[in-house]
Design a protein. Structure first.
Length: 163
């Protein structure tokens, strides 16, 4: 059975992308790192640590994809129980996403950040599954996010272990 491709209302896209980008902004309040920052000066980083310059564009794209995915889900009808559950899981993962930035960069709690990002990954996996069941397009839009968070999980755990 093929999915009927219906584009969500434009204001769903605008609202949910804005919410996602705002969450990203909240995270950047503590993640801005320069050559004199705690992250740059204090921490030992693994050889596979990407250059800092790629994080902002990657996360911006991911937040846009997250918001768009939620728009596709919500467009299926807020009255549906599965849509409400999926939106709730989206909200939980967005809070966890922001919390990771504070645990790691803001409060320097590397072990807590490592544990939290594993929980975040699990919640994203659940969200991907729920989104895919409701609207395949929404699930596909979450794939880059879970792939990036998979890498971020390995990176976070590695940094926690070597420091």
């Amino acid at each position: 059975m093929t999915e009927k491709f219906v584009i969500p209302k434009w204001y769903y896209f605008a609202a949910f992308i804005a919410v996602s980008l705002f969450a990203g902004f909240l995270g950047t309040l503590v993640t801005i790192t320069g050559p004199e920052s705690w992250f740059a000066v204090t921490l030992i980083k693994p050889v596979f640590q990407p250059p800092a310059v790629i994080f902002a564009p990657v996360w911006t794209i991911l937040y846009i994809l997250m918001g768009a995915a939620l728009a596709f889900v919500i467009n299926e009808g807020w009255s549906k129980k599965e849509v409400k559950i999926a939106a709730g899981v989206f909200a939980v993962q967005l809070v966890l996403n922001v919390l990771w930035s504070y645990l790691f960069f803001g409060w320097h709690l590397l072990t807590a950040a490592a544990v939290e990002i594993v929980i975040l990954w699990i919640v994203i996996a659940v969200m991907l599954y729920l989104f895919y069941k409701i609207r395949k397009t929404a699930g596909y839009l979450i794939i880059p996010y879970i792939l990036w968070v998979t890498f971020a999980t390995v990176l976070t755990i590695t940094i926690a272990v070597i420091n």
